[in-house]
Design a protein around this ligand. Structure first.
Ligand code: EPU
Length: 440
């Protein structure tokens, strides 16, 4: 496995740009393939998760390539394969959006139960129930979700629990369905809104995204468009915490501060100084943090994706923080923080974090993407060297992580391994040019 080696203790100074959102890029690239015409998507992060989606779309027959400005071109006219490949789908939860795409385009889909981060059971029952309500017949056979519907028909769907993935998948499937689909108890995350704006720029009729009722009036045709996706609020939040733990002064550019309202308030409560304008956030930290409590919640609440870095941050804050996770089973990484000297007790869905004077560097392993981010935060504030195993996992969601941290003055080294998955995928990515054959 590839490693990230961090020697903690350097304060961070300087400015960095936040990349495009991976959790927006995956659905938007997929939805782009609903049209026979070409769409050009800008501000796509060069994460391996996005590359995986591109390779899956290609395997279905879509034309997908990256131009020399880093924009991704997608054209769905060639889609003729309704079966998504297991070896790619298992890497990314977001690959399950191909079910909505294939149902909407071909009227049938065979998509393996998706993979993604190891953060507890991640069922797709809401997605399946939604497809059924749109008129699809769905079975699960040999690990594949098989769905078919000659014509999807709009209807009212109440989603049992606010679910980003279900809301997105059903929006994609319903964009060309016959009639009107109403999604009730829809997720309100910025990535859902981004997808709605994108779909509308293709000629779809989606209203209400950002509220908990979304109305999708199916259209016959969707057209090519050009679109720039939003910046990654979770990447931005992670760098806020890196600056908070290391101390110093960092300017994050190309962000939407409103998307981070809840984490920003919590950081201020912890004693971090934050100033913002329309598209940037300035963070100043003296490293003297106070404990504070957090409960994760769907947007606009505190994001589950920042729970892990926040626990790492609170590990050296003064006092005891109580952090409750309400979305996923996401505390396995705590053992790794303990190896660095953190004092954390987990009771059911709650971590009780007693701040210690100092963490010390240790060899640790990233068990999932945001757990990896937590280890980076911990390492930046620790004394000595931390070797984070499983850099490939971080590559799924943090474009140029070591370069960005290095630009801020952190002591960070990337150590590749010859057979690392990220290298293999990067190699495949190089072939994301128009000229090469389509087999990915
Ligand atoms: N759920 C079900 N059944 C379903 C779908 C969801 O029970 O069919 C449950 C989940 O188990 C969870 C809750 O509903 O308890 C909410 O899950 P949601 O569907 O919102 O999550 P997701 O779509 O699988 C996305 C992001 C996650 C992020 C969550 C919550 C992508 C590809 N993934 O996951 O991002 O944590 O929303 O905001 O967009 C990450 O980026 O590291 C990441 C894990």
């Amino acid at each position: 496995m590839a490693h990230l080696i961090i020697r903690g203790g350097n304060p961070l100074y300087g400015e960095i740009s936040v990349s495009g959102s991976k959790n927006s890029a995956m659905p938007i690239l997929t939805a782009a393939a609903l049209s026979d015409e070409e769409s050009i998507i800008d501000n796509v992060p060069r994460d391996t998760s996005v590359l995986t989606i591109c390779l899956i779309l290609r395997s279905l027959g879509a034309e997908v390539y990256m131009d020399d400005k880093g924009r991704i071109h997608v054209r769905g006219a060639g889609i003729n394969n309704h079966s998504a490949p297991y070896d790619l789908v298992r890497r990314e939860r977001g690959s399950f959006y191909t079910a909505g795409l294939l149902l909407g385009r071909l009227g049938c889909a065979e998509v393996p139960l998706p993979g993604g981060c190891a953060i507890g059971s991640r069922p797709v029952d809401f997605h399946i129930r939604g497809f059924q309500q749109l008129g699809a017949e769905v079975t699960i056979e040999h690990g594949y979700v098989k769905a078919s519907a000659p014509q999807l028909r709009g209807t009212s769907i109440f989603i049992n629990r606010s679910s980003v993935g279900t809301t997105i998948n059903l929006m994609i499937a319903a964009a060309k369905a016959e009639g009107v689909t109403i999604l009730e108890n829809a997720a309100k995350e910025p990535e859902v809104v981004d997808l709605a704006i994108f779909l509308n720029s293709m000629g779809a009729r989606v209203r209400g995204a950002g509220t908990d009722v979304i109305r999708i009036e199916g259209v016959k045709e969707l057209y090519g468009t050009e679109y720039g996706i939003i910046c990654d609020r979770i990447e931005a939040g992670t760098y806020l915490m890196c600056a908070a733990v290391a101390g110093g002064e960092v300017l994050l550019k190309d962000v939407v501060p409103e998307h981070l309202r809840s984490p920003i308030l919590k950081l201020m409560e912890a004693g971090v100084e934050i100033k913002e304008d329309n598209s940037s956030i300035l963070v100043r930290s003296q490293r003297k943090l106070k404990a504070c409590d957090v409960e994760t919640a769907p947007y606009p609440g505190f994001p589950t994706d920042l729970q892990q870095p926040f626990v790492a941050l609170m590990s050296t804050a003064e006092g005891t923080s109580v952090i409750r996770e309400t979305i996923f089973d996401r505390f396995r990484y705590v053992d790794e923080l303990r190896r660095m000297g953190a004092d954390i007790r987990v009771e059911h869905d709650t971590a009780i974090v007693r701040g210690v004077e100092q963490l010390s560097g240790a060899p640790v392993e990233a068990t999932d993407l945001r757990a990896g981010a937590a280890l980076v935060v911990a390492a930046l504030g620790a004394v000595g060297e931390t070797r984070i195993l499983g850099l490939e996992i971080l590559d799924r969601g943090y474009e140029g992580l070591s370069e960005k941290l290095h630009a801020l003055g952190a002591d960070v080294v990337r150590e590749e391994s010859p057979d690392s998955v990220s290298q293999k995928i990067t190699f495949a990515a190089l072939r994301l040019s128009k000229e090469v054959d389509q087999d990915g």
